[in-house]
Ligand binder design. Sequence first.
Ligand code: FE2
Length: 269
Amino acid sequence: MNEDILRLGQANPQILQFSDLHLSSNEELMGINCDESFAAVKALASQYHNVDLTLITGDISQDHSEASYQKCCEVFRYQQHPVAWITGNHDEVAMQNDVLSVGAITPVKRILFKHWQLLLLNSQIPGKICGAISDEELEQIKQAAIDYPKHHIMLVLHHHPIPMNSEWIDNHCLTNRDELWDAVNEAGNVKGMMFGHVHQMVDEVKDGVRVLGCPSTSVQFTPNQDEFSVDDAQPGFRYLELLANGTIKTKVHRVADNKFIATFDPAGY
Ligand SMILES: [Fe+2]
């Protein structure tokens, strides 16, 4: 984890989450033009005028090309607030670090607000779709709670930390989920987890922790299906407000009018 801390002072920060952009140099993903769907989601998010932070929760690229990261860079580098990112199973960390550290975009992995600290984790296992949190990052979760015992903690990771009742995607989950939850329970003040990867909305509570999944800005996966299936739900983003008392106000927004309909491709993901 990058050792730097980005210190932001807001008491009730407003955050936007974009996830699983799957941008590429020139390809569609299962019939969806990911540039167009991302642009539509980004335009929808402009309804929020007092954003303090944007988080991009992995799978920025579909084809591992520098061009895909440049597209992301051009969209976010001129934002008026910081934009931080994590690595998904599809991403190239070295390229992310090279391209996504300019203007408003920061590679920092620890962000401090007045009452909250955010830890941005790397759950990628290179070359695999499933993920894991390293022992080092598990220790950092526990240490973060010691460093700032009065701060609420939000963990930000790509892979889902709870089962999705969906056999195919649960085969691509965090392989050391139990160790993550042990670290969370030992830390004691983790109040939320944000993730991507599952391309669908999730809002559950486990062990007192709000567990929040985000739609993709491109293709959606159908919830509660054991076989891979794409959903007609539209691309979207998540808005969050982290309150001083440790609770989270949040809402998912999706683009209107069923403009983006994916075509099922069993080899598509
Ligand atoms: Fe993805």
